[in-house]
Design a protein around this ligand. Structure first.
Ligand SMILES: NC(=O)c1ccc[n+]([C@@H]2O[C@H](COP(=O)([O-])OP(=O)(O)OC[C@H]3O[C@@H](n4cnc5c(N)ncnc54)[C@H](OP(=O)(O)O)[C@@H]3O)[C@@H](O)[C@H]2O)c1
Length: 285
């Protein structure tokens, strides 16, 4: 199996790390265990992680500050990818920040907090009503957002433009205007609603980074890790359900880059040991 894929000007291992589980409960405030969060980040890089996904609104600022504390000065091959399009209020509520000025201010905020001059890529995270549903294109706003992202890239603040929570229509419109280096939509073995978007990224050789690959930390009854076919395959292979879910997601297309999120070193080590897993031919989650 191919073990790396391009992400803008970087070529990264197909299993990276998502920083959303590092802040406190509800992705708000400091971590329950600061030293453990730092240990997770250091261990990730030690084990070859060269792609970390973050956001200013994880905490807010907590994930970025932990990344800087643990890893600065960063290895040259480390692709730091952030996203813009939301903000947190004082109570931790997620609100949208979709205007071009918000996008620019939040890119600059990420650069300051992480202590870098350029991010490998930044995803424009579309919010259209339901935060976890992909909505229709607001053409006027989307055009203005793309203009802001293109300016940030052309001025060197970001290495490449990414899109998140987008439809095929968003991606086609964006590709007509500029290069897109990555797409980040919710996708896992029980939610394949973004399959058409994934297929389009594969066709164009663009990395597809599924969020919620393990069914997310927000679900008490995790539909992925609790899936009967996943549990059976895990037992048969002597692996964990998380490893089976990640191995399946990697097998879907060569341009899939994983960023499973965890606050635990043990889970991190599990999640990074999936490239050699061969799923049974009759695996049908
Ligand atoms: N673009 C967007 O809008 C967007 C939205 C959401 C997330 N993301 C990005 O995508 C990344 C992945 O999504 P996610 O973190 O929300 O969800 P996820 O990776 O699907 O699942 C994270 C949950 O799985 C648990 N977990 C991790 N490894 C495990 C293992 N080996 N065994 C059992 N449980 C395990 C974590 O708990 P522990 O901490 O206990 O391990 C956490 O509760 C995020 O970290 C973030 O960077 C992007």
């Amino acid at each position: 199996m191919q073990t790396t894929f391009p992400l803008g000007s970087f070529t990264v291992h197909r299993v990276g790390f998502g920083a959303m589980q590092l802040p406190g409960p509800g992705v708000f405030g400091p971590p329950r265990d600061h030293d453990q969060a730092i240990a997770v980040l250091k261990r990730a890089v030690e084990l070859g992680v060269d792609h970390i996904d973050t956001a200013q609104f994880y905490g807010p600022d907590v994930a970025n500050q932990l990344i800087r504390e643990a890893l600065y000065p960063y290895p040259e091959n480390l692709a730091l990818v952030s996203k813009v399009g939301a903000r947190r209020d004082d109570e931790g509520n997620w609100t949208s920040a979709q205007e071009p000025d918000d996008l620019r201010a939040h890119i600059e905020h990420n650069l300051r907090e992480l202590g870098v001059d350029q991010l490998a890529a930044v995803n424009l995270r579309i919010h259209s009503g339901d935060p976890n549903a992909v909505g229709p294109v607001d053409r006027d706003l989307f055009d203005r957002q793309l203009t802001a992202m293109i300016a940030a890239r052309d001025e060197g603040l970001i290495g490449g433009i990414g899109l998140s929570s987008v439809s095929v229509d968003h991606l086609r419109i964006a590709l007509d205007r500029t290069e897109i280096v990555t797409v980040q939509n919710a996708y896992n073995l029980v939610d394949r609603s973004s399959q058409p978007v994934l297929d389009l990224t594969t066709e164009h050789g663009i990395s597809f980074v599924p969020f919620f690959p393990l069914g997310s930390g927000f679900n008490a009854d995790n539909p992925v890790l609790g899936n009967p076919a996943v549990k059976k395959a895990a037992a048969d292979l002597g692996r964990t359900p998380a490893q089976v879910a990640l191995a399946w997601t990697l097998s879907v297309a060569p341009n899939v880059l994983l960023i499973p999120g965890t606050s635990s070193v043990a889970h991190l080590e599990e999640n990074l040991a999936v490239a050699d897993i061969e799923l049974p031919e009759d695996f049908a989650p």
